[in-house]
Ligand binder design. Sequence first.
Ligand code: GLU
Length: 547
Amino acid sequence: MASSVKNTAKKTAPKRTANQKKRSPHVKANAANDATAPFLSSTAAEEITKIFRALDRSRDGFIPRDGLLAAFNSKGIHTDDPRVKDTLEALKRSHEAIDLESFTKLFGHDIGFLNRIAKDQFIVPRFNEFCDEMSTMFEDCREIRDGAVADYIPQLARVAPDQFGMGVCTIDGQRASFGDKDVPFCVQSTCKPINYAMALTLNGEEKVHAHVGREPSGRSFNELALNDRGLPHNPMINAGAIMSCSLIHPDLPLSDRFDHVIKTWTALSGGAAPGYNNPVYLSEKATADRNFALAYFMQEKKAFPAHTDLLQTLDFYFQSCSIETTAERMSIAAATLANAGVNPLTNERVFSSETVKHCLSLMYSCGMYDFSGEFAFTIGLPAKSGVSGALMVVVPNRMGFAIWSPRLDKLGNSVRGIEFCRKLVERYSFHNYDGLSEGEAKKDPIRSQELYRSDLTYQLIHAASLGDLAEITRLVAHGADINAADYDGRSPLHLAAAEGRELAVAYLLARGANPQAKDRWGATPVEDANRHNHSEIEQRLKKSAAA
Ligand code: GLU
């Protein structure tokens, strides 16, 4: 952050109002926005002052607004990011030079996040450099003109073939996108892993896999073939995807079932509702002889759950394929899978980690049509492609990619999409088994996992001491250990209790924090609350300890 603030500061020397010049910047200043200053404890006030001083490179009590905005941007944190949207909106409306008072008003609620910006604590630390490399790979792939658009329905046949969009989103919500990133395309077969994950969530693994297998079929995606139990081979081919549809709220009207799918895509994409392409749906339905045949074949083999409405299930499947998204949004969905089911922008848990594990396993072995084995071998990542030219790629615990380019190879995968993946794993150690090869000169753009984990612990302790519930929720969702402690044995609960953070204490207790943990002086959170006269917290902790 320091360097980007410094650079921008040089370029945009902040103009000050007469008022600002007269006042001592650290005491009184202009109101940068309408928000009232948050109530801050002395620890939090000290903390924010420290960050302010670190960012005030010119040491004159002011930070250039544009430099601050650029700092967020350089980490891949965008102004529409729900975690900081309101703050950054207010920042945009504020004076060009921000003093401590305005800074506190703006960021008093976001100290945890601000700290991570200031200390560069995101999963991809040098995000700008990473984006430059992404951009080069993307532009190299743009040269490719091989392949042809899918033409089994006119709506796909008419798509301009050389469009090309790409989005990447890390598990920390750092984002970048390229080319036709905002152009909508229909998800087609990339709905398959999502519908499978929904079916798992609603029915559990055992029930789902009583109706669909989990072996690669070794056949084409719409082959009229079932496994030796009379079930579809896996949920990533058409028969299996139709089966997943039959398992999503079969008792509800179709409208509500589809609502559920739309809501899930919305949650996966961080709050932006997907579109829907009705002409694609109508065309799919009108040309779906093979899918009808597959469904009747499965019905004949009694593969469906009892009482399945076959025609409605098929309709539901065609509708799912006709959902529209963009490369930018799909990359957030892919990042949600990379982040074990928690959306990195909203911290909402969309799928359980167990569900995501199953889903990624089958994407890994079956997600790329008849190229699945080859893709697993050469690229080594879970992915799913669709005939619209969409390709969703997941780098578990790191990031998600979405590439969209409509020209397909003979096996139905996006030509540029595959080439981009090749380049990606050539440069970075993203292949599932890259860790095994010694001395390979591949880069890892990721903050060391060990450092990242220990950062999570310290960040959680810090957020608990500030009572920063949004940050605590995010850290817990990222897997921070609620009972981990610092070198003094101080746990998040010790700090929250000592600082009188009632909501944080309640949150931590509800998630299994230990009220009897001892620090290195033998003190428990109960004793901390008592020592600092937080009697309600003390009672709550005692109750929890007795339970
Ligand atoms: N709607 C297509 C079908 O069911 C999906 C094709 C695909 O993307 O694989 O035939």
